[in-house]
Design a protein around this ligand. Structure first.
Ligand code: HEC
Length: 142
């Protein structure tokens, strides 16, 4: 599982597999979304075990700067997303569904730590071979 995959098949899964849509949230070489960290260089930063864990159980370790929060506003609305920028006045949240939302700090009633914005269970949508190829691709991003 941890080695012996095919990185170019892995890249195709990353960019093209409709069920997992990795590139909807991850920007690699300027293609993709920015909800998650750009994995360029992830193969140098993380071991293969850590890479596998990132895909199989995203909540085990949350990448720095990508902590998700749940904000409850004074009017009862609750919003969740990743804090992209924060000042004393506003919080810029990026949510997978709604894109970027600016929230006034004065409207926030409570703030809780949320789960990773990366969905749990993506690995269940991949065969063990696909997971191995994907891992090989991620490990090749030096
Ligand atoms: C809905 C958005 C979303 C999708 C889809 C998604 N990810 Fe993520 N991913 C994230 C976010 C947000 C993080 C950062 C939080 C965390 O570490 O859990 C992350 C973290 C990671 C990390 C750890 C990166 C680091 O720098 O530590 C890896 C590796 C990763 N994702 C790979 C994948 C792969 C492979 C897929 C497709 C099977 C995928 N992601 C699909 C949002 C997503």
């Amino acid at each position: 599982m941890l080695s012996g995959g095919n990185a170019s098949i892995g890249a195709r899964i990353f960019f093209e597999k409709p069920e997992t849509q990795c590139s909807r949230c991850h920007l690699i070489k300027n293609t993709g979304g920015t909800v998650g960290p750009a994995p360029d260089g992830v193969g140098s930063r993380l071991s293969r075990e850590q890479l596998l864990e990132s895909v199989v159980s995203p909540n085990a370790q949350i990448a720095t700067g990508f902590e998700n929060v749940v904000l409850t506003l004074a009017n009862g609305t609750s919003l969740s997303g990743t804090v992209k920028r924060e000042t004393v006045e506003v919080i810029d949240l990026v949510s997978g569904e709604d894109g970027e939302i600016r929230v006034k700090v004065s409207d926030v009633k409570s703030r809780d730590r949320g789960l990773s914005a990366m969905p749990d269970g993506l690995a269940n949508l991949l065969t063990p071979f696909e997971l191995r190829d994907l891992l090989e691709y991620l490990a090749s991003l030096k």
